[in-house]
Design a protein around this ligand. Structure first.
Ligand code: NAD
Length: 421
């Protein structure tokens, strides 16, 4: 676990973002207070049988930030640093994100404080099933629908779906998204977040007149989001010059062989094998400061702060990760003319195709890959244009514009529904 004292609290970041946008929107104080609060926060401490016969107690969270526009939606994270404030911040960002792309979901998030890398598959399954049981009364296709996040994947979603279905006594596909295709998953969901990052970054290059072909791209994190985004840039003719995982990165100024690097990560759990030296090893800090055209933070929160923002040499930042940039760093980028495609827009492809998966599950329909790709592309491009429009009209950065769009929609829905009783 990283030293908590040194960590920037993502909830502070999320709250400050709301204040900035609410001020611009001149939001009524009551509405402002309501949207800053989470609706429900569940903390569970639960036992799990470990491989050595011992029993370990884990702490898990499910937070529903706001359900005014629809059922809660948001991933489940397995990481040693998961805590209530992080989950609350991530749930809040989900609310704004769903509203930015205008899909009928509220925001939620969950997580278990654990070190999944040190656990066996069996222990992970036991932990997932027991955690699902603990939060089962809060989740469901009409209430709150989890999905994958850091260190969770389609297999984890399959265990959640199975456990929930056993509790109900019948198969409930729509309780989670990001499931394997064999269990009601959607075509295109695995790629959706990385693809959405690529689409919005490409819209940014068009806006700024930067050719995507030959553009130098740096990617922090090579999981579901970073790895897939890197592949899309590579296929479009951009040059991915650096990519990293939690241990550090690999850099080649002439461009990496993206598929070889990702294959190496998959097979050997590292980015560079001794026999395949394709670049030089660099730290994650060095990676963020490399000269490039497009920087994709796709790992964790608060990676870019007032400390490194002045040293970042890129034209565009497209945020695959949630909350990678602090408000102070945002100001520095705005002053320096660096164009930021904020998380709640750039990585909204995941929740968008999750919505498609949920809609298919409820109707027991299967959409084609082409249909999903077309709808995703349309929504991402439309949302980018709407955010850009606000940013130009009100002379604010893209994050403030996206927050104004998302928070504005949630505030409007709140007024329309009214306060009960
Ligand atoms: P993942 O578990 O698939 O991959 C995480 C990646 O980050 C791995 O490559 C890991 O090695 C790397 N990483 C972990 N700690 C790091 C560190 N300290 N420094 C550098 N790299 C580090 O997770 P993911 O689903 O790709 O999620 C990445 C980010 O994208 C998270 O912020 C997540 O909330 C966000 N996100 C994910 C989705 C989704 O659909 N999966 C959707 C929207 C946003």
């Amino acid at each position: 676990m990283s030293n908590k004292k040194d960590r920037i609290n993502p909830l502070d970041v999320a709250m400050r973002q709301v204040d900035i946008a609410a001020e611009r929107l001149k939001l009524d104080l009551g509405v402002r207070e309501k949207i800053k609060q989470t609706k429900r926060e569940l903390i569970v401490h639960f036992p799990v049988k470990m491989d050595d016969g011992s029993v370990k107690i884990f702490t898990g969270y499910r937070v529903q930030h706001n359900m005014t526009r629809g059922p809660g939606k948001g991933g489940i994270r397995y990481h040693p640093d998961v805590d209530l404030d992080e989950v609350k911040a991530l749930a809040m960002w989900m609310t704004w994100k769903a509203a930015v792309v205008n899909i009928p979901f509220g925001g939620a998030k969950g997580g278990v404080q654990c070190d999944p890398k040190s656990m066996s598959l069996w222990e992970l399954e036991n932990m997932t099933r027991r955690f699902t049981w603990e939060i089962a009364f809060l989740i469901g296709p009409d209430q709150d629908i989890p999905a994958p996040d850091v260190y969770t994947n389609p297999q984890v979603m399959a265990w959640i779906m199975d456990t929930y279905s056993i509790l109900k006594g019948y198969t409930v596909h729509g309780v989670v998204t990001g499931k394997p295709l064999e269990l009601g998953g959607s075509l295109g969901r695995f790629e959706a977040t990385g693809k959405g990052v690529f689409i919005t970054a490409q819209e940014a290059t068009r806006h700024l007149n930067i050719p995507i072909e030959g553009a130098r791209v740096v990617v922090q994190g090579c999981g579901n989001v970073g790895g897939i985004a890197a592949q899309y840039f590579d296929r479009a003719g951009a040059k991915v010059i650096a990519i990293s995982d939690s241990r550090g990165g690999i850099y080649n100024k002439n461009g990496l062989n993206v598929s070889a690097v990702l294959d190496c990560k998959k097979r050997y759990s590292c980015l560079i094998t001794p026999e395949a030296r394709a670049g030089v090893e660099i730290t994650n800090e060095e990676l963020l400061e490399l000269g490039c055209d497009i920087l994709i933070p796709a790992a964790l929160e608060s990676q870019i702060t007032h400390k490194n923002a002045p040293k970042i040499k890129t034209k565009i930042i497209a945020e695959g990760a949630n909350g990678p940039t602090t408000p102070e760093a945002d100001e520095i980028f705005y002053d320096r003319g660096i164009f930021v495609v904020p998380d709640i827009l750039a990585n909204a492809g995941g929740v968008t195709v999750s919505y498609f998966e949920w809609a298919q599950n409820l109707q027991e329909l299967l959409w084609s890959e082409e249909e999903i790709s077309d709808r995703l592309t349309r929504i991402m491009k439309r949302s980018f244009a709407e955010v850009l429009n606000i940013s130009q009209r009100d002379k604010v950065d893209m994050r403030t514009a996206a927050l104004m769009l998302g928070i504005g929609r949630v505030a409007e829905a709140t007024k329309l529904r009214g306060i009960y009783p």
